[in-house]
Design a binder for this molecule. Structure first.
Ligand code: PDD
Length: 280
């Protein structure tokens, strides 16, 4: 954690001084939503897309958006003043009601929290990671970026205990996404990723990858991926704001393609890095 202050309900404070009530519904019920937004050299990456997704998440759980886009920008700016690469974590909960009750409280302001953390180096991006397939045990609203992440946490931990850096989740025989990432595969020379649905988070990195591929005439498709087909893939990647685009070189103990980051990844990663530079 950098020395940057954190933002809590209208104030900037050292992290040690930022406190919320034990009655906060985020703490008691996991009743809230969040965003993770990278900022390169102090500039928020794909900010409008992140705000649009935040708006959708808030609407899905029926919390009013407490701020306009300009207000959000103003709130986050002081967290990024040192101009280094950071990612912003932003969380909104349904607030602290006077007593614990499952029903929505009335006239309770949401809790708004934001902090920035340095983006750590991630050398595995160039060498690739191991992943394991696990049954997707999450709920029916995975398109909502809800703070209720216990299933994701358990799946990621299980993957780690099997020697994997990510869990590739499978539901009814089809790949959904990673425990904290979207999944891509190169199948018969075509880049594919599962289509948007309630089973996956509409990842911003995923959207940028699709845009880059369309613009560069790299053949890509949004289509369901059978878990059996994934095992035959020439390449598998995971993608997220924190890890960017990472090749999976081993799945369930077997090498993916040649067991090294593939050519399509090399090309798309190069384009992604150039796009990042061009907008930040
Ligand atoms: N998670 N799917 C899930 C379940 C995720 O948690 C994430 C990101 C993604 C990728 O979305 P994006 O490209 O917008 O980061 C897909 C963040 C990084 C997190 O929870 O820390």
């Amino acid at each position: 954690m950098a020395n940057n202050p954190v933002y809590l309900n209208g104030r900037y404070l050292p992290v040690e001084e930022a406190h919320i009530s034990v009655l906060d519904r985020g703490f008691l019920f996991g009743d809230g939503v969040y965003e993770v937004i990278p900022a390169y050299r102090g500039r928020l990456f794909e900010f409008e897309s992140h705000l649009a997704r935040l708006e959708n998440s808030l609407a899905a759980v029926r919390i009013d958006n407490p701020h306009t886009p300009e207000e959000w920008r103003g709130i986050l700016a002081p967290l990024l003043e040192d101009g280094t690469d950071q990612y912003v974590y932003l969380q909104i909960t349904r607030g602290a009601a006077p007593k614990r009750d499952h029903l929505f409280p009335e006239n309770v302001p949401p809790t708004v929290f934001a902090m920035s953390s340095p983006i750590p180096p991630y050398p595995e991006r160039d060498t690739g990671i191991r992943a394991v397939c696990l049954e997707d045990s999450r709920w029916d609203n995975c398109h909502v970026k809800a703070i209720t992440l216990l299933a994701n946490v358990l799946l990621r931990q299980e993957a780690a205990e099997c020697g994997g850096a990510e869990a590739v989740l499978v539901k009814n025989g089809f790949v959904t996404e990673g425990s904290s990432s979207n999944v891509f595969a190169v199948l018969n020379g075509v880049l594919v990723t599962p289509p948007l649905s309630r089973d996956i988070l509409p990842g911003i990195t995923r959207e940028v990858i699709l845009k880059i591929c369309r613009e560069s005439h790299i053949s890509c498709r949004e289509q369901l991926i059978a878990a059996d087909d994934l095992r035959q893939a020439d390449e598998i990647w995971i993608a997220s704001s924190v890890r960017e685009i990472v090749p999976v070189v081993e799945l369930d103990g077997r090498p993916v393609g040649g067991g090294k980051p593939g050519l399509v990844w090399q090309k798309v990663n190069r384009l992604f890095q150039a796009y990042k530079q061009s907008v930040s």
